[in-house]
Write a protein that binds this ligand. Structure first.
Ligand SMILES: Nc1nc2c(ncn2[C@@H]2O[C@H](COP(=O)(O)OP(=O)(O)O)[C@@H](O)[C@H]2O)c(=O)[nH]1
Ligand SMILES: [Mg+2]
Length: 259
């Protein structure tokens, strides 16, 4: 599980490298609840000196005071904005992005790990009478550029990056934000880490086992011979947490971060 790095990841990376050649600006989409782990990919190596801006998406699911702290820390290095494709108006994001367009056409590309909301951002920005500008020379299938503002073009297919699964805590966090699916990595494998990092407002003073028991009763998850079905309950609870159904939370707070 740890150090797992299958070949589709290399394929996705080489696709991104290909696209980088034809864009001016990379827009990294991160999950506002865990900006560090949602950026646990080789960003420096991959993007080099390419200009970048950061979107902290799903801010409606994060603790707003923690998100404010992140914005302060990150903005020392990168242009950044907290957004929610659920609750914000596209104009908010668009006017932020417009600030980076010059006299010439600027091409943007969205990138991010699974489930941070890349496609939602593309739809969100493309919804407003976006016009397709056409294919990309030399690439017959796949991404197209859409015009989202005067002089601002967006690749309609975002790049998928994969976090490097270097430790168990990172895996637990990725499960809790939904960037690793519970059907791919069983959350019981990182039970202790989940128990340790689960924010207090979700735990409400309970141990994880108690939380699972209460959750199972509430959701009518059958007990097996009177015993709690931990695996099933964990999967469902983790998924509900990731989707924000158990309340807002942040998993990471800026310490002394070199973003
Ligand atoms: N609450 C909330 N959910 C969001 C937001 N943006 C995306 N989602 C949800 O997150 C899930 C993944 O979004 P998607 O755009 O498919 O992510 P992608 O894998 O990065 O392309 C979907 O269920 C979206 O509805 C947001 O700002 N707030
Ligand atoms: Mg997508």
């Amino acid at each position: 599980m740890i150090g797992w790095y299958p070949s589709h990841i290399n394929k996705a990376k080489s696709k991104i490298r290909e696209m980088l050649k034809i864009v001016d600006l990379v827009v990294e989409v991160l999950d506002a609840r865990a900006p560090l782990v949602s950026r646990a990919y080789e960003h420096s190596k991959l993007f080099g000196s390419k200009k970048r801006i950061l979107l902290l998406n799903k801010s409606d699911l994060a603790d707003p005071s923690v998100t404010d702290k992140w914005i302060k820390v990150i903005s020392e290095k990168w242009p950044v904005i907290a957004i929610s494709t659920r609750h914000d108006r596209p104009e908010k994001v668009l006017s932020f992005l417009k600030g980076f367009s010059g006299k010439m056409e600027t091409r943007l590309m969205l990138v991010g790990i699974p489930n941070v909301g890349k496609s939602s951002v593309v739809n969100f920005l493309g919804r407003r009478r976006a016009t397709r500008v056409g294919g990309i020379p030399g690439i017959t299938r796949g991404p197209h550029l859409i015009r989202i503002a005067k002089n601002l073009l967006l690749l309609d297919t975002p790049g998928i990056l994969y976090p490097r699964l270097t430790n168990r805590e990172l895996i637990a966090k990725l499960l809790l934000i939904g960037s690793l699916d519970v059907d791919k990595v069983d959350p019981v494998l990182v039970y202790e880490e989940i128990e340790n990092i689960l924010p207090e407002n979700l735990k409400r003073g309970k141990a994880l086992l108690q939380l699972l028991e209460d959750y199972s009763k509430k959701r009518g998850i059958p007990f097996k011979n009177g015993e709690l079905d931990v695996e099933n309950a964990m999967k469902r609870l983790v998924r509900d947490i990731a989707q924000g159904k158990m309340g807002r939370f942040s998993l990471e707070t800026p310490q002394y971060e070199n973003f």
